[in-house]
Design a protein around this ligand. Structure first.
Ligand code: IDP
Ligand code: MG
Length: 139
């Protein structure tokens, strides 16, 4: 059975543009319950650690610079089938390929500055939740 937790960030582009309220509203309207919420600002080292899996990719340095360039909003969300449903709600990584009505289609400006993060597996949802908050792997 798939899990009920996913992790998201409203990235610096969307925060700076003032979309935080609209984006959180969209999450809630689509059945996601906010279990934890934090406005913070990643240091370069935090962004490197969070995206370590991408460290060999050509876009890594740009991604780290972008993600540490301004405030972000981190949140843990709860819903049945959370990871899959949330990725569907946010749309493709590249907003030009994202379906109409998705968060990235509505609010992202490029494949890098794509407004929101969404976990890609139940395992990573818990790892990422615990990166910002405590003990999300415990009942
Ligand atoms: P995802 O966020 O849709 O899961 P990933 O492949 O995990 O996409 O990439 C993590 C983040 O790295 C993306 O959300 C985006 O901000 C950035 N990124 C991914 N691919 C590229 C690229 O080709 N150029 C620039 N940035 C990219
Ligand atoms: Mg990813």
């Amino acid at each position: 059975m798939s899990g009920t937790t996913t992790f998201t960030m409203i990235k610096p582009d969307a925060f700076e543009a003032g979309y935080t309220g609209l984006i959180l509203q969209k999450f809630i309207e689509n059945g996601f319950k906010i279990k934890a919420l934090r406005l913070t600002h990643l240091h370069k080292e935090d962004a490197e650690a969070f995206y370590a899996v991408h460290s060999a990719r050509p876009f890594f340095n740009g991604l780290v610079a972008f993600m540490s360039s301004g405030p972000i909003v981190a949140a843990v969300l709860e819903k049945e089938n959370a990871v899959e449903d949330f990725r569907k709600l946010i749309g493709s990584t590249n907003p030009s390929e994202a379906a109409d009505g998705t968060v990235r289609k509505l609010f992202a400006t490029s494949i890098e500055r794509n407004a929101v993060h969404g976990s890609d597996s139940d395992e990573n949802a818990l790892i990422e939740s615990n990166f910002f908050f405590s003990h999300f792997d415990r009942p």
